[in-house]
Design a protein around this ligand. Structure first.
Ligand code: ATP
Ligand code: MG
Length: 364
């Protein structure tokens, strides 16, 4: 950080709808920061599938270095199904960022907004507010570059669960449950695994129990991933903080986004001890590129998570206040039920959503 109230932000618009939702997010950030007397300085960086197609690298070293030295990283979305590495994998520099910067805790809040039609009818599902934490450096995805296809007859991927990797994400989850408890939430952390079938998950659960034990002010419990999938649809309001392995987290966080009504509503953060990337849960949405239909809400909410994290990390309460203002403007924009993104079957596109939130910020 250059001075108490100026943050340097590395920004990756990435691919697909990224270039449609990034500039307006920076405009929104500037607005809310100016109101509160802080400043963000942006370093806009090129990386992703389109960059790979043109230059043969998906994440240039320069960009990586700038990202490393920034106070935080804001990323829209990367990857295009049509552009792949020679081995068939999709271009995903965001995974490289997670690994290189050791961003072990994938934070996926599932918080519904009032005024939008949601998939579950129960009143309690209209006011969800829980967090899924996904271990982001190992698990089954640890195998992504080493998976083997043998003689075109057999394929193998290996799940890696380490004590170190598990302990740090469990500590992160327990601390989050404690912080939430102090704000009136239940203060419960639920480990999601498959310990009844796989030894690696039995170990994962054992480490969870060890880590959670000293946190005697919060409740720690477990659920098998299949049961978790059931409960996330039947009664998702029972959860407070969930913590799970990388691939389970990948799958369940899309389920969580579904509970919020769509990918365009779901923010996320990938947090390590030094660095953090803030990015909507969605991908580059090639099917809607250039149509003005991309919902920028998830990216605005990710930017709010970024301000909140910066405020906590650098002890700048004004940044947390800016985050709160932005969250409130987003909530207010949807509250009356008039703003209805295309994703929800409505007719409001990127600009409508931006304009509405922007005006609410002006008036706040
Ligand atoms: P990834 O592999 O990067 O997770 P994906 O294949 O899961 O990507 P997404 O790009 O997330 O796919 O898109 C899934 C669906 O959600 C698509 O139909 C897409 O158009 C829609 N979608 C994603 N993001 C948005 C958004 N911000 N606004 C509106 N629709 C979106
Ligand atoms: Mg996806």
């Amino acid at each position: 950080m250059q001075e108490q109230s100026t943050f340097t932000i590395a920004v990756f618009p990435g691919d697909g709808i990224g270039s449609e939702i990034t500039p307006i997010t920076l405009t929104i950030l500037d607005k809310v920061c100016e109101q509160i007397g802080i400043k963000c300085e942006y370093k806009v960086l090129d990386a992703g599938a389109a960059h790979y197609a043109e230059h043969g690298v998906s994440l240039p070293e320069d960009a990586m270095n700038i990202a490393k030295s920034a106070d935080a990283i804001l990323l829209a979305c990367m990857g295009m199904p049509s552009i792949r590495y020679p081995d068939g994998r999709e271009i995903a520099p965001q995974l490289e960022l997670r690994e290189t910067l050791d961003l072990y805790a994938g934070v996926r809040p599932v918080k519904t907004l009032k005024g939008l039609p949601l998939p579950l009818g129960d009143d309690r599902a209209q006011a969800l507010d829980f967090v899924l934490i996904r271990e982001s450096t190992e698990g089954l995805f640890a195998s992504r570059e080493n998976g083997k296809i043998i003689n075109n007859e057999r394929a193998e991927d290996t799940q890696v669960i380490t004590r170190k990797g598990s302990e740090r994400v469990f500590n992160f989850a327990c601390k989050m449950a404690q912080r939430r408890k102090s704000k009136g939430y239940e203060g419960r952390v639920t480990c999601v695994d498959k310990a009844n079938v796989l030894g690696s998950f039995y170990f994962f659960r054992q480490v969870f129990d060890e880590v959670a034990k000293p946190y005697d002010d919060i409740i720690a419990d477990h659920i098998y991933v299949d049961a978790a999938a059931l409960q996330l649809v039947r009664q998702p309001w029972i959860f407070d903080v969930m913590v799970t392995e990388n691939m389970f987290g990948d799958i369940l966080s899309d389920l969580g986004a579904g509970l919020m009504g769509g990918m365009g509503m779901a923010p996320s953060a990938d947090i390590g001890d030094e660095h953090a990337v803030f990015q909507p849960c969605h991908g580059s949405a090639p099917d809607i590129v250039g149509q003005g239909k991309a919902n920028p809400t998830a990216m605005f909410l990710s930017a709010a998570m970024m301000l909140d994290w910066l405020g906590d990390k650098h002890d700048v309460p004004a940044a947390c206040e800016a985050a709160k203002r932005l969250n409130e403007a987003v909530e207010k924009a949807y509250e009356s039920g008039e703003l209805r993104p295309f994703e929800f079957g409505g007719s409001h596109g990127t600009d409508d959503i931006f304009n509405k939130i922007s005006k609410l910020l002006d008036a706040s």
